[in-house]
Design a protein around this ligand. Sequence first.
Ligand code: GSH
Length: 122
Amino acid sequence: MSGPTTLYYFPGRGRAEQIRLALAEAGIEFVEGGGNLGELRTDGTATFGSLPILKHEGVKLAQGCACALYIAEKYGFAGSTVEEKALVNQFVLAAEDLRGPVVSLYWFKKGTKEEFMEGTSP
Ligand SMILES: N[C@@H](CCC(=O)N[C@@H](CS)C(=O)NCC(=O)O)C(=O)O
């Protein structure tokens, strides 16, 4: 008995959203396990001390991309040839590269976001 599919993350989309989308595509019902990182570190759930964490059918996985690709592979939409799988990986990892700069826009001090978009920030 492996319990319900559970996704542990903070309230918000972030690195968990690609996993939610993959689970939805696979038609898998899941529960949100919450994002109390202190507790999840203490009880050993957060394998590398960060979130997201996915538990599904007895497997516990960290790393958002690995979780999403695991679901995609298991449920048949990660590509059917080595070449297709390589293309899927390419886009997953490209999206991951984009995440940092895009997310950092939310954390700029007031005014610096506009400067960044104009190319005039230091
Ligand atoms: N490479 C990991 C990074 C995980 C990560 O940095 N998660 C953040 C939230 S998006 C986190 O748990 N931060 C809390 C901390 O490290 O203290 C992944 O892609 O899942």
